[in-house]
Design a protein around this ligand. Structure first.
Ligand SMILES: NC(=O)c1ccc[n+]([C@@H]2O[C@H](COP(=O)([O-])OP(=O)(O)OC[C@H]3O[C@@H](n4cnc5c(N)ncnc54)[C@H](O)[C@@H]3O)[C@@H](O)[C@H]2O)c1
Ligand SMILES: O=P(O)(O)OC[C@H](O)CO
Length: 330
C-alpha cells in the first residue's frame, strides 16, 4: 500500500483461500502475517511451507504463519478469509487487536444466517468506523496457488482505497479490477454459491447442459433483481464478481457448491467440505423477501437442501411456473 507507512498485510483464516491470498500479497512484495486458529497446523505450514489444500504451492518466505491474533496488530490492511458464518465472532475476537484504520478486505462469500446481512454489513455493524472492502470473483484457490491466471473485483466505497488495495494482490497471475460497488461485489459471491448448488443438481440429475444454461441465465436475473433492490449496480453483477463467478461455479466440479448439488441429486453423501451456498440460501431468501425480490431458483435450492423436498418435484414446480416476458424484473 504505497500511501501508508507499513506494507504489512494480515490474513485472517488459513484455509485454502486465506493461504492463496497471502501468497499473492507476498508475491507482490508485501510482508504477510497469516493467522489460523490451530497452532499445530500453523506450525506445520510454517515448517513445511506447504498447505494441505493447495497442492504444488510453496508458501512464500514473506508469509509468517501464526496462531496468535496479536501478531495481526501492526497490519495496514486485514483480509477476512474465514467462512462467512464465522466472520462476526472472528472479527469480534479481533476487537482491540487490529489498527482502527486498517481496512477489512472481505474474502468470504455469504449472507449471515441470524441477521440476513451481507458480509460488509456484518463488518460495519460490529465496527462502524473501519473501512470495508470486498475481494470477489471467479477464483479457485487451487488454480491461483498453482500460478494460473485469474481476474477478480476489489470493491471499496472509497475508489482510491479500492485501487490501493487492488495493488496489494495484483501480480503476475492475479489481475484485480477496482470498483466502488461494495454491495454488488458482496452479493454476487453470496448468490452464485446458491445457484452453483442448483447447477450441480441439474447436471447430477442428468438434465443436461441446456437446463444448466437456463439456471445460469435466470439465476443471473435473480441476482440482478435482488441486487438492484439493494442498491447494487447491474454492471457489477454482470462483471467478474457476479456473472464471472456464477459461470465458473456452475460449470466446474472444482466448485464445492456445484459438487454438493451434484452429490445431492445422485443420492450420494457430500464430501463434508465447506458449502457456503447451503448456509446462505435461507438468509438470502429472508433478505430477498424484505426487498420484494422473487428468487424461484434459490427457493428451489432451499426446498431441496433445507426442507428435504424431492428434486424432481421441485424441478417440475419450477418448469410449471406461468410464462412471462424475459426481463430481470419479473
Ligand atoms: N477456496 C476458494 O477457492 C475460495 C475462493 C474465493 C472465496 N472463497 C471464500 O473464502 C471463504 C473461506 O473458504 P476456504 O476455501 O478458505 O475454506 P477452507 O475450508 O479451506 O478454510 C476455512 C478455514 O477457516 C477456518 N475456520 C473455520 N471456522 C473458524 C473460526 N470460527 N475461527 C477461525 N477460523 C475458522 C478453518 O479452520 C479453515 O482453516 C469462504 O467464504 C469461501 O466462499 C474461497
Ligand atoms: O468451491 P466454491 O464453490 O466455494 O467456490 C470457490 C470460489 O468461490 C470460486 O470463485
Amino acid at each position: 500500500m504505497e500511501n501508508r507507512d507499513e506494507r504489512l498485510i494480515g490474513v485472517v483464516g488459513a484455509g485454502a483461500w486465506g493461504a492463496a491470498l497471502a501468497q499473492c500479497a507476498a508475491q507482490a512484495d508485501h510482508p504477510v502475517v497469516l493467522w489460523g486458529r490451530d497452532p499445530a497446523r500453523m506450525a506445520a505450514i510454517a515448517e513445511s511451507r506447504r498447505h494441505p489444500r493447495l497442492e504444488g504451492m510453496r508458501l512464500d518466505r514473506r508469509v509468517e504463519c501464526v496462531a496468535d491474533m496479536a501478531a495481526l496488530a501492526p497490519a495496514a490492511a486485514v483480509v477476512l478469509a474465514v467462512p462467512a458464518q464465522t466472520l462476526r465472532p472472528v472479527l469480534a475476537a479481533l476487537a482491540g487487536v487490529l489498527r482502527p484504520d486498517a481496512p477489512a478486505v472481505i474474502a468470504a462469500k455469504g449472507i449471515e444466517r441470524e441477521s440476513a446481512m451481507t458480509m460488509p454489513e456484518v463488518v460495519s455493524d460490529l465496527d462502524p468506523r473501519r473501512p470495508v472492502a470486498v475481494l470477489s470473483g471467479p477464483t479457485f484457490a487451487g488454480e491461483l496457488a498453482r500460478g494460473l491466471p485469474a481476474a477478480a473485483t476489489l470493491a471499496c466505497r472509497d475508489i482510491a482505497l479500492a485501487e490501493e488495495l487492488a495493488a496489494v494482490f495484483h501480480g503476475v497471475n492475479l489481475r484485480l479490477y477496482a470498483s466502488d460497488d461494495v454491495t454488488g461485489a458482496a452479493l454476487g459471491g453470496a448468490v452464485k454459491n446458491v445457484l452453483a448448488i442448483a447447477a450441480g443438481a441439474v447436471i447430477g440429475a442428468g438434465l443436461g447442459s441446456n437446463a444448466r444454461a437456463g439456471v445460469i441465465a435466470r439465476g443471473l436475473a435473480e441476482m440482478t433483481r435482488l441486487g438492484e433492490a439493494m442498491g447494487a449496480r447491474t454492471d457489477t453483477l454482470a462483471g467478474l464478481s457476479g456473472l464471472g463467478d456464477l459461470v465458473l461455479s456452475c460449470t466446474d466440479s472444482q466448485s464445492r457448491n456445484f459438487s454438493f448439488g451434484h452429490a445431492l441429486a445422485r443420492g450420494e453423501t457430500p464430501d463434508g467440505q465447506l458449502v457456503e451456498g447451503a448456509l446462505t440460501v435461507g438468509p438470502l431468501l429472508a433478505r430477498a423477501a424484505r426487498h420484494g425480490a422473487d428468487m424461484p431458483i434459490a427457493e428451489a435450492v432451499d426446498a431441496v437442501v433445507n426442507q428435504g423436498a424431492p428434486l424432481d418435484r421441485v424441478i417440475a414446480r419450477l418448469l410449471a411456473r406461468p410464462g412471462r416476458r424475459e426481463s430481470t424484473s419479473g
